[in-house]
Ligand binder design. Structure first.
Ligand code: SAH
Length: 256
């Protein structure tokens, strides 16, 4: 998979190569990341790529022609035509389903806006999809682009040490993840839930499934409303809810 990023700060986005599992994926060539500076395509000695907005008002707008020229260079460097994506607060919400779709494709181009944004004619003519990372305004598309690269990269085979890590994460099955514990067994006046020390793998699996269902029910009921639970999951969640209401004596909440 190859991802191209158009950014005024290529050194910053390129830092992804140095850290964590994504950095390792890049170094081991499971993923290729190429950063392009539209200033290299500016039609002037001062390398300006922004100008004042038509109609007046505050701020500057990124100009279309240098960005179009950068896209042409990218297209020439790639064997295949891939989607052009622009991070934008006006885009569709970037979520795990979208990350999965992108991870199954052949790569994509991310075009990072700055200032007030990019000339609308560039967006209309060249951008296939706008993705938002939340109802909040950032100063540029670089952090959203890095989020998108990170979320997609960890889904590529071989990037995470254990591929089960990705399949058990929040949102992957339409649920939040269960809580995690590690040593020491007692910390901050709290013990590890005893079921996790029982060595009974079926019971542990049931407890984790129940915790995932319970966390989703408490924090993100909208996720539960969007999916069908099977009979086992329904029973686990009902037991969890009953326990929350103080109707169950099962201390582990393992639904037995
Ligand atoms: N005037 C624009 C915001 C421009 S912010 C507006 O109100 O819609 C500058 C750039 O930051 C944008 O072009 C976009 O690339 C990026 N950006 C800011 N917030 C973002 C968000 N929530 N999601 C994705 N990209 C964002």
């Amino acid at each position: 998979m190859r991802i191209d990023v158009v950014t005024l700060f290529p050194e910053w986005v390129g830092q992804l190569e140095q850290f964590g599992v994504v950095g390792r994926g890049l170094r081991e060539s499971r993923l290729e990341l190429a950063c392009w500076n539209p200033r290299d395509d500016a039609d002037n000695a001062s390398r300006r790529i922004d100008d004042r907005p038509y109609g007046g008002g505050p701020g500057m707008v990124m100009q279309g022609p240098p960005l179009a020229a950068t896209l042409e260079r990218i297209q020439a460097a790639r064997a295949n035509r891939v989607p052009v994506i622009m991070p934008s607060p006006q885009g569709q919400a970037f979520d795990q389903d979208e990350a999965q779709r992108l991870a199954e494709g052949e790569g994509f181009v991310l075009v990072c806006g700055r200032y007030e944004g990019i000339d609308q004619r560039f967006v209309d003519a060249y951008v296939d999809k706008e993705l938002s990372v939340g109802d909040v305004v950032l100063s540029g598309g670089e952090l959203p682009a890095m989020m998108i690269v990170d979320a997609v990269a960890r889904l590529l085979s071989g990037v995470l040490g254990d591929s089960r890590s990705a399949s058990e994460d929040s949102f992957v099955n339409g649920l939040l993840d269960h809580p995690h514990y590690t040593r020491p067994p007692r910390f901050a006046d709290r013990d590890v839930p005893s079921v996790l020390l029982s060595g009974d793998h079926a019971r542990i699996e049931r407890w984790r499934a129940q915790q995932a269902l319970g966390a989703t029910w408490r924090r993100r009921p909208d996720l539960l409303a969007r999916r069908e639970l099977d009979a086992t999951q329904k029973a686990l969640l009902e037991a969890y809810i009953a326990e929350q209401k103080g109707e169950s004596g099962d201390p582990d909440g393992a639904g037995e």
